[in-house]
Design a binder for this molecule. Structure first.
Ligand code: FAD
Length: 539
């Protein structure tokens, strides 16, 4: 297999033009090209008024590979393609009596369970929330009728926190073993659009993701696994530093010496239980801030210039960073083009926001978190769970400021910068459901965060004209940007540093941030569990 890097074509090119470009680049005839696949397609819009081209990485098979590689030996853009195939670490022997447990069925637990099932280990998944269909109903009840179901919502249930999301599937993690390709491949097999395998910033969108997750659950079951909903793990069975099983909230005990703990960042009661059980946990940095909304057309125009609205490019995104004078970094987080701001609490009488979109990304507004990085040493000293408590205090205050009915506090950008409460909207209508309450956001976050965001917004307006326009809307608050804790694990065995048999994984344990990296961590942990089971050491 040969790889061609950096093959450029106009945005509107046909499939045949791509084939012709490959033949021309290699100087071969049509009969010599046996087949090709697009490994990656990106575009560079940094100089928005110059011509935007698609830039391809192509993997291909040719009749005489050695001769072509020899001919292009000095050309760094034509090289042997790396092998990106996924090879399982082993296969369970027939009759293996121990079944691994996977706690949590977000992207991390989903991939851990799928991989274990594919290797024949017949995992049992324990998920506190409900299946996608019933969970969707519960989640919409908060958005439409202000009714929260604490065990079934945006954070908890089949598919995890990323189910009602933009479904962005990119990450900056190092991935030398191409586990990210395995994640994408499984998503495609389960019904995601084929293009996620090659576009540079793939996304699935909420509606499609729900079908994909349900299809993957069916595969786990078909391979002998079990998926149990409404099964919250509320305690651990420990014997002399070795995990022997888990206890469910129902009182049932399930025994296993291999437990993947893929909790997500919102399972605060479970973090407390782990701490009570003396499992090593430490506080870690995260970020707090607001969601900002602008018309999507403003972002398209600023990012794509004359190409704004081009069907091949879709809705434009952005990524912004500002280093404030008070030493804080302010940055955009989880940007959702053409999407909506959503109520994302899992706890009564608390307000927290996030963003989601459909595959089409055709809602009127663009939204993103504008958040300030915070850390335990400076901002929430006081032990492993101090970050959790800090989040809780802020989310309760946001609930008060929103009017105590799950509406979110909001303010227009111009008023926020000038320190004046807002009383009416301009052209930008906020999308947050069940609704926002205009006022002053200053009391919702610590002073240093307000000061840093006030300074950052005009600076962002210099990068994206109109970003700091007076009537852009800020909705509060964003607190669950990543886990406030790390459940520490050994780099080799991936087991807890002080509890053998416990495999902390994914975002909640502090080893992932986002759907793709959580899925990749699920694969790594599944491999560690499989190796341990195959070694027959029971630890
Ligand atoms: P989670 O997805 O949080 O899953 C953890 C699961 O564990 C949950 O289902 C929970 O119910 C279950 N659980 C917790 N405790 C217990 C227990 N004691 N017993 C049994 N089960 C338990 N990321 C992106 O990459 N792209 C996006 O576009 C994107 N958009 C997002 C939009 C929203 C609204 C939200 C909330 C998040 C978004 N994210 C996005 C972040 C992404 O969802 C997370 O990074 C990812 O889901 C983390 O995966 P995880 O499996 O580690 O944890």
């Amino acid at each position: 297999m040969i790889r061609i890097n950096e093959l450029s074509l106009p945005l509107d090119h046909s499939a045949d033009e791509l084939r012709q470009a490959i033949l021309k680049r290699l100087g071969i005839g049509a009969a010599d090209l046996l087949n090709f696949t697009i490994f990656k397609r990106s575009y560079d819009a940094r100089k928005k008024n110059s011509v935007i081209l698609f830039i391809y990485i192509i993997d291909l098979e040719v009749r005489d590979e050695a001769a072509i590689l020899a001919r292009f030996a000095d050309d760094q853009h034509i090289r042997p393609a790396p092998d990106t195939t996924y090879y399982p670490v082993g296969q369970a022997p027939a009759g293996l009596s121990e079944r691994p447990l996977v706690v949590g069925f977000g992207p991390c637990g989903l991939f851990a369970a799928l991989l274990l099932a594919q290797m024949g280990f017949k995992p049992i998944v324990l998920e506190r929330g409900k299946d996608v269909r019933r969970r969707t109903k519960d989640t919409w009840a908060l958005w439409r009728k202000k009714t929260l179901t604490p065990e079934s919502n945006v954070q908890f249930g089949e598919g995890g926190a990323g189910l009602f999301s933009d479904g962005k599937l990119y990450s900056q993690i190092k991935d030398p073993k191409f586990y990210g390709r395995k994640v994408m491949h499984e998503f495609v097999r389960a019904g995601a659009p084929e293009e996620i395998m090659y576009v540079s910033k793939p996304h699935i969108g909420t509606f499609r993701l729900t079908g994909v997750v349900a299809a993957m659950r069916e595969e786990i079951i078909a391979l002998g696994g079990e998926v149990r909903f409404e099964s919250k793990v509320s305690d651990l069975v420990i014997d002399d530093g070795q995990l022997e099983g888990v206890v469910l909230a129902s009182g049932e005990t399930i025994r296993s010496r291999h437990v993947v703990l893929a909790l997500g960042h919102s399972s605060r009661d479970t973090f407390r239980m782990l701490h009570r059980q003396n499992v090593f946990i430490e506080a870690k940095p995260f970020a707090i801030g607001f969601r900002i909304e602008h018309p999507q057309s403003l972002i398209d125009q600023a990012r794509l210039g004359k190409y704004a609205g081009h069907p091949e490019l879709g809705a434009a995104d952005y990524k912004l960073v500002h280093h404030a004078k008070n030493g804080r970094a302010v940055y955009s987080f989880c940007m959702c083009p053409g999407g909506t701001v959503v109520a994302a609490t899992s706890e009564p009488e608390r307000v927290v926001t996030n963003g989601m979109s459909q595959y089409s990304r055709n809602e009127r507004n663009a939204n993103a978190g504008i958040v300030v990085g915070i850390n335990p040493e400076q901002d929430f000293p006081g032990g492993p769970l101090a970050g959790v408590e800090f989040q809780e205090r802020l989310e309760s205050r946001a609930y008060e400021l929103g009017g105590r009915d799950y509406c979110a506090p909001a303010q227009l950008v111009g008023d926020f910068i000038r320190g004046k409460p807002s009383s009416e909207f301009g052209e930008v209508e906020p999308s947050y459901k069940p609704g926002v309450r205009l006022g002053d956001l200053a009391p919702s976050l610590p002073e240093y965060a307000i000061e840093a965001i006030r300074e950052a917004l005009p600076a962002f307006g210099k990068q994206i004209r109109g970003f700091d326009r007076d009537d852009a809307v800020l909705t509060g608050i964003e607190t669950r940007t990543s886990s406030p804790v790390r459940i520490t694990r050994d780099n080799e065995s991936l087991q807890s540093l002080n509890l053998k048999g416990l495999y902390p994984a994914g975002e909640g344990a502090g080893y992932a941030g986002g759907i793709l990296s959580a899925g990749v961590d699920g694969i790594k942990v599944a491999e560690a569990v499989a190796k341990s089971l195959l070694a027959g050491q029971g630890s």
